[in-house]
Design a protein. Structure first.
Length: 406
């Protein structure tokens, strides 16, 4: 039994009673303290650290104690200080002393503890030794061998097996039989439990409109999945960028950290919709200055539709060439008779609807030809009005004037 009477802080009952009413104290005296069960997890505060033991306050009668070695890092340095809160698993009670552990294993636990870990659900430390048929060989508690199926290593399948070899990981004992000769463990069960805790925390904090950071976990034809720390959200293709994205792999990679905006949350169906585009500057804010009406620009035909052709002027900025402006005076059935996707064209901006995010375009060569024709007609009309009596006063006068001008 562990006893450190000189190191433990003394309890002053008068201080504890101060501020509490007689009714509160009377009610407490009749409350039955819930008995801890082996494997039960508790949140505890560290009240004293000695050379061998860590004493914790679990809010119950009796001293809580766990081995100091459990909270050392790989270099042997202590990872906690007095006053910190930790999660611990109850092992047993003896003479008013409550024994806890953060996990079984780590090279110092005996084989007998593994059966208790299986019954109680306490995590165990394991070292992934090598890949075997159907999974991995894992060493527990110094020399005990266990088996972890491929499906139980990590949350997501499809990863490289070599990424796990040589790692120390926490495991849950899912089967213990034949006196310890047949032990099956799961790393996935530990990760799923942690994910559920994170998800519950996320439900309380995540709101529509928030900017959050996450990690890209999967790329699909319809978008990208992002781990928000407890739940995955989807960035649809339309929310990847302001411009049109044909392949999400051109923009994102698995493992990339991104900042996104939460668009929709549906906890009942476990669906969270995200936007990467909303974290980027809206290119339409500068459209009137960059593409004023009457200005000429070069663009690329991005898409052909029955009613016209879309032309990309800049990233996220497309304009429309209506089919009526493509035939050079002739009626055409489809824009493909004149243009093809990917073709570079010179266009003139004819109109801007900033609220609807629409730009009306015309082919520059067609527009110039129309302007020249309208100019010629205007000149002809002015010539008709100014022609003296008896003159040709006809198209002949106009042609004569043009020839003399040349």
């Amino acid at each position: 039994m562990v006893k450190e009477p000189h190191d433990m802080p003394e309890t002053d009952e008068e201080e504890q009673m101060e501020g509490e009413s007689f009714a509160d104290l009377f009610a407490k005296s009749y409350q039955k303290e819930e008995r801890l069960k082996p494997g039960q997890v508790v949140e505890a505060r560290i009240i004293k650290i000695t050379s061998d033991w860590i004493f914790i306050d679990t809010g119950r009668k009796g001293e809580g104690v766990l081995d100091r070695k459990e909270l050392l890092d790989a270099e042997g340095a202590l990872t906690v200080t007095e006053g910190d809160s930790i999660r611990a698993y109850f092992l047993s009670s003896r003479n008013g002393e409550l024994r806890f552990t953060t996990r079984v294993g780590g090279g110092s636990a005996a084989n007998s503890q593994l059966e208790e870990a299986w019954r109680s659900g306490i995590p165990v430390d394991g070292h992934v030794e090598k890949e075997v048929k159907g999974g991995f060989e894992v060493k527990l508690a110094g020399s005990v061998r266990a088996f972890c199926p491929f499906s139980q290593m990590g949350l997501r399948r499809g990863g490289e097996a070599s990424a796990y070899i040589g790692k120390h990981l926490p495991f849950r004992v899912t089967n213990y039989s034949e006196g310890g000769r047949n032990i099956v463990v799961s790393n996935r069960a530990i990760l799923e439990e942690e994910s559920r805790r994170q998800k519950e925390s996320l439900k309380e904090s995540l709101q529509v409109g928030m900017r959050v950071k996450g990690t890209v976990t999967s790329l699909r034809d319809f978008g990208a999945f992002v781990d928000l720390g407890g739940a995955d959200g989807l960035i649809p293709m339309a929310e990847i960028a302001w411009g049109r994205v044909k392949d999400v792999r051109e923009v994102l990679t698995v493992g990339q950290e991104v900042e996104v905006v939460v668009k929709q949350i549906d906890w009942e169906r476990d669906r969270i919709s995200l936007s990467l585009r909303d974290t980027l500057a809206d290119p339409w804010e500068q459209v009137p200055e960059r593409f004023p009406v009457g200005s000429v620009h070069s663009g690329k035909v991005s898409r052909l539709a029955a009613f016209g052709a879309f032309v990309t002027l800049a990233e996220g900025i497309d304009g429309l060439l209506h089919i009526a402006k493509l035939g050079k005076g002739k009626r055409i059935a489809h824009p493909r008779e004149v243009l093809r996707e990917g073709e570079e064209v010179e266009v003139i901006v004819e109109g801007i609807d900033r609220e609807a995010k629409r730009i009306s375009l015309a082919l520059a060569e067609v527009k110039r030809a129309q302007d020249e024709e309208e100019k010629s007609i205007a000149e002809f009309r002015r010539g008709q009005e100014a022609a003296p009596a008896g003159s040709m006063g006809s198209l002949g006068d106009l042609l004569k004037a043009k020839l003399e001008k040349k």
